[in-house]
Design a protein around this ligand. Structure first.
Ligand code: SF4
Length: 727
C-alpha cells in the first residue's frame, strides 16, 4: 500500500489499495479521514482496476447501521430473534461449550460447518481447504474436532461447471483453463452474463475483442446486457435444454465432417458411442426441444467448427437443470470436437504446476470415521471435494439420515434464502441443538442462532491477492469496525478453545507466513512491494496433450484414467452414471410432466446475478437498492398480453410450491414461454419489496441434478398472474 497525501483536509488522505467489499480485491483509491474510510473509487491505472458499482458505496456498506458490531447470545426461544450483547470471551466459550455438548451427546460428526459467499476471501478458501482438494470454499475447521462435515456454497454453485464436467471430460479442473479471448475469432457466451460479474473484467475483454472484429454469440434464454453491449448474435434457447442444443450441434459437426478425425482417432475415447447417440438428435428434433430454429443450430455449429479459435465462456446458468453436468459435458465435447481446445483463441489448458499457489503444507485431511453427509448420495461430488453436500443436511437434521446432525456453524451464508424450500431450512435450524452464525450483517439464518459473531470485511485485515501474473498483499486499511473480528481471528478463537489452536493460523499475519513459506515468494519482499511481485510469464504452448504437458507424469495425453479426452467418461461409468453426455429433459417440464404443464404453462428460470448486489448481500444499502428497487420477473410480451399484464404491473409468480410477488418486466428479449424471476431476495434487512421476495418459495428441494446434487433453479414450471387476480 502506497500512501500519498491528497491535501483535501489535514486529516484526510488517500491510499492506493484494494476494494475490500468482495474477494475480487479490485484496485482502488481509498480516502480515509482519520481512521474512517470515506470514499473508495476505482483505480484504472493499476491491474484489476475495473471496479463494479459497489466500490463507490464501500463506505455505506462498511458503516451501515445494520452491521453486526458485537457478539450476540440468544435470549429468547430459538427463532424468536431475541439476543443480548456479549463479550468475545463469553461468546466464544459458549460456542465451544455448544460444540462439545454436541460431540459428547451425538459424536463429532453431528456438527457441520457451512461456509458461503460472504466468506469467499481468497486466503480463507485456500488455506482452510481440505488437503488434496484443488479448489473448494469448504473449511477444515472441524476436522481436528472429529467431524468430516464441512460444506458450503459448492453444494449449489460452481462445482458442476468447474469441477465435475471438465474433470470427467478432460481430467482438468476449470480453474486450470482460461479463455484466450485476445486471440479468439469467435467468443461464445453460454450460461453467464459477464456484464453483471464481479469484477466486471470479462465484459471489458469481450468488448475489446468485439472492437477488434471478434464475433460474439450469446446463447441464453434472455438477450442479456452482455449480448446487447457486445452486439452479439443472440441464440435464444429454452431454459434447461442447453444439452440438447449442444448435442444437436455435435450432430451437425459429425454429419458434415467438420471435426479433426486425427484428433478423435488418436486422442479421444467414446466417439462411436457419441456419434450413435447424437445421430438421433437432428437439428429439427432439437429445435422442438430447445426453441432454437434448425438453421440457427446448423449455422452456429458451423461457426464454432470453422472459427479460427472459438472461446467458450460459461458459468452457473448451465448448472441448474436436471442433467446439468451432462449438458455441460456436451458443451465441452462440442468444443473438443470442433477443434477449439488448447488452440489460439480457444479454451486453453494450463500445465500442471503452472501459476503461483500458496503453500498447502498446513492443510488437514478429513478425520477417519463415517463419511460426510451426502457422500453416499453424491459420491462423485464427494470424491472431488472431500466434503458434505448441503442439500442432504435437512434429512440429517430432521430425520437422522444417514446419521444425526445436531449443530451447525454457518459462516458468511444465507441458507434460508439461497436454497430451495425456505421452510424446510427454518424447520431444520429450529430443530438444531446448537447454531453459530458468523457474518457482517444479520441474515434470516441468524434468527435461529444461539450465538452470532460479528465478522470484519476485507478492509479490516491483511491477506493476499493472486492473479495470473502477480502476487500482492492486500493490507488492512482500518481496524475492525465496532467489536467485529476477522474470520481468521474467529477461527483461531474457536480452534484454540477446542484445544487444537496450533493447527490453524492464530492471526492474519501468521496466516501470511504459512501461506508463503516454501513457495519461493518471500513475504518480506512482498511486504516491500506495494504493487506486488510479478510472476514469470511463459510463451503459450498449444495442443499440449501431444507433448506431455498436461499430465504430471509428463506422458502425452490427457490426465484422465484412459489418458485420452473422454467423450465417454470412465469416471462417470464407474460411478454408475451415463458415460456419454446424454440429455435428459427437465424433470418438471412440458415433455416430462404435461399434466403440470397444463396448469403451469410457463418455464420458470431464476438465479441470474445483479450489478448492485452480491447474491443476498447489500440489499440494505439504499443507493444500491435504489438502482433495483423492485424484484423483476422478465416475461415475453406475448405471454404478458395473453394474461392481460402490462410492463410494470405487480404480478404473482406461482409454482406448485408457492407464490411470490414481482414487478413484471415485459420484453421481447426473453424466449417466448419462459420467465426469469429475480433471485437472492428475502434478507431480513433488504429494503422494500425485496425483503419478502424469496424466490426459493417457488423452487423444489427434491428436484436435483443426480450427479452434482445441485437444485434445479432453472427449468421448472410456473404461471404468472396479475396481482389481485386469483388462479
Ligand atoms: S468487484 Fe466490486 S465489490 Fe468486489 S472488490 Fe471489485 S469493486 Fe469491490
Amino acid at each position: 500500500m502506497e500512501a500519498s497525501m491528497s491535501g483535501v483536509s489535514p486529516r484526510e488522505h488517500s491510499v492506493r489499495a484494494n476494494c475490500g467489499i468482495c474477494p475480487s480485491g479490485c484496485s482502488a483509491k481509498v480516502t480515509l479521514q482519520g481512521e474512517r474510510i470515506t470514499r473508495v473509487v476505482p483505480d484504472p491505472s493499476r491491474p484489476n482496476g475495473m471496479c463494479c458499482r459497489r466500490v463507490t458505496r464501500a463506505a455505506e456498506i462498511l458503516y451501515s447501521p445494520d452491521r453486526l458490531l458485537h457478539p450476540l447470545i440468544r435470549e429468547g426461544k430459538r427463532g424468536e430473534n431475541k439476543f443480548r450483547k456479549a463479550g468475545w470471551d463469553e461468546a466464544l466459550d459458549t460456542v465451544a461449550a455448544g460444540m462439545q455438548d454436541i460431540r459428547s451427546r451425538f459424536g463429532p460428526e453431528a456438527l457441520c460447518i457451512y461456509t458461503g459467499r460472504g466468506t469467499f476471501e481468497r486466503s480463507l478458501w485456500e488455506m482452510l481447504a481440505p488437503a488434496g482438494v484443488r479448489e473448494t470454499c469448504a473449511w477444515s475447521l472441524l476436522f481436528p474436532f472429529g467431524s468430516p462435515n464441512t460444506t458450503g456454497a459448492g453444494s449449489n454453485c460452481y462445482v458442476s461447471q468447474a469441477v465435475i464436467a471438465p474433470v470427467t471430460t478432460f481430467g482438468i479442473w476449470w480453474a486450470d483453463t482460461h479463455p484466450d479471448l485476445e486471440r479468439s475469432d469467435l467468443i461464445v457466451v453460454w450460461g453467464t452474463n459477464p456484464a453483471n460479474a464481479s469484477p466486471p473484467e470479462l465484459i471489458d475483454r469481450i468488448l475489446k475483442a468485439r472492437s477488434r472484429g471478434t464475433r460474439i454469440t450469446v446463447i441464453d434464454p434472455r438477450r442479456t446486457e452482455t449480448a446487447t453491449r457486445a452486439g452479439a448474435q443472440w441464440v435464444a434457447v429454452r431454459p434447461g435444454t442447453d444439452g440438447a442444443l449442444a448435442l444437436a450441434m455435435i450432430n451437425v459437426i459429425v454429419t458434415e465432417g467438420l471435426y479433426d478425425e486425427q484428433f478423435v482417432r488418436e486422442w479421444t475415447t467414446g466417439f462411436e458411442e457419441l456419434r450413435a447417440y447424437v445421430s438421433e438428435l437432428s437439428p429439427e428434433k432439437a429445435s422442438k426441444i430447445t426453441a432454437v430454429p434448425p438453421e440457427t443450430i446448423r449455422s452456429t455449429a458451423r461457426d464454432i467448427a470453422r472459427a479460427k479459435g472459438a472461446a467458450f465462456l460459461g458459468y452457473s446458468g448451465i448448472e441448474y437443470t436436471t442433467s446439468a453436468v451432462q449438458n455441460i459435458r456436451a458443451i465441452l465435447t462440442l468444443w473438443a470436437l470442433s477443434g477449439n481446445i488448447d488452440v489460439p483463441g480457444g479454451v486453453l489448458f494450463r500445465t500442471p504446476g503452472e501459476g503461483f499457489r500458496v503453500s498447502s503444507a498446513h492443510r488437514l485431511d478429513p478425520p477417519a470415521g463415517p463419511p460426510p453427509v451426502g457422500a453416499n448420495t453424491y459420491p462423485l461430488y464427494h470424491q472431488f471435494r472431500k466434503e458434505a453436500h448441503a442439500m442432504e443436511l435437512p434429512d440429517a437434521i430432521l430425520e437422522g439420515r444417514p446419521y444425526p446432525v445436531r449443530g451447525m456453524l454457518v459462516f458468511g451464508a444465507s441458507i434460508i434464502t439461497g436454497y430451495p424450500n425456505p421452510n424446510l431450512w427454518r424447520r431444520s435450524f429450529s430443530a438444531l441443538d446448537f447454531l453459530l452464525v458468523v457474518d457482517r450483517y444479520p441474515t434470516e439464518d441468524a434468527r435461529y442462532a444461539d450465538v452470532i459473531l460479528p465478522a470484519a470485511t476485507s478492509f479490516e485485515y491483511d491477506s493476499y491477492l493472486i492473479s495470473d501474473n502477480s502476487v500482492r498483499l492486500r493490507r488492512k486499511l482500518i481496524d475492525p469496525v465496532g467489536d467485529s473480528r476477522s474470520d481468521w481471528d474467529i477461527v483461531a478463537g474457536i480452534a484454540g478453545r477446542l484445544g487444537y489452536g496450533e493447527l490453524f493460523p492464530r492471526s492474519a499475519s501468521e496466516m501470511l507466513q504459512w501461506a508463503f513459506e516454501g513457495t519461493g515468494v518471500d513475504l518480506n519482499a512482498l511486504q516491500a512491494s506495494p504493487d506486488g511481485i510479478q510472476l514469470p510469464t511463459h510463451a503459450p504452448k498449444y495442443r499440449k496433450w501431444e507433448t506431455g504437458l498436461l499430465r504430471s507424469d509428463g506422458k502425452p495425453g490427457f490426465p484422465t484414467p484412459s489418458g485420452k479426452m473422454e467423450f465417454a467418461s470412465s469416471i462417470l461409468k464407474t460411478f454408475g452414471y451415463d458415460a456419454i453426455p446424454v440429455f435428459v429433459p427437465p424433470a418438471e417440464g412440458p415433455e416430462s410432466d404435461p399434466g403440470r404443464a397444463a396448469q403451469y404453462p410457463l418455464i420458470f428460470n431464476s438465479g441470474s446475478r445483479s450489478k448492485s448486489f452480491l447474491c443476498s448481500q447489500h440489499r440494505n444499502i439504499r443507493s444500491l437498492a435504489d438502482q433495483r428497487p423492485d424484484p423483476l420477473v422478465w416475461m415475453h410480451s406475448r405471454d404478458a398480453a395473453n394474461r392481460g399484464i402490462l410492463n410494470g404491473d405487480w404480478v404473482d409468480v406461482v409454482t406448485a410450491r408457492g407464490r411470490v410477488r414481482y414487478r413484471a418486466f415485459v420484453t421481447d428479449d426473453i424466449v417466448e414461454g419462459a420467465v426469469e424471476a429475480d433471485a437472492h431476495g428475502g434478507s431480513p434487512i433488504a429494503l422494500g419489496p425485496w425483503r419478502r421476495c424469496n424466490v426459493n418459495e417457488l423452487t423444489d428441494a427434491d428436484n436435483r441434478d443426480p450427479i452434482s446434487g445441485f437444485p434445479v433453479y432453472k427449468a421448472l414450471l410456473c404461471d404468472v398472474i396479475k396481482a389481485g387476480q386469483d388462479t
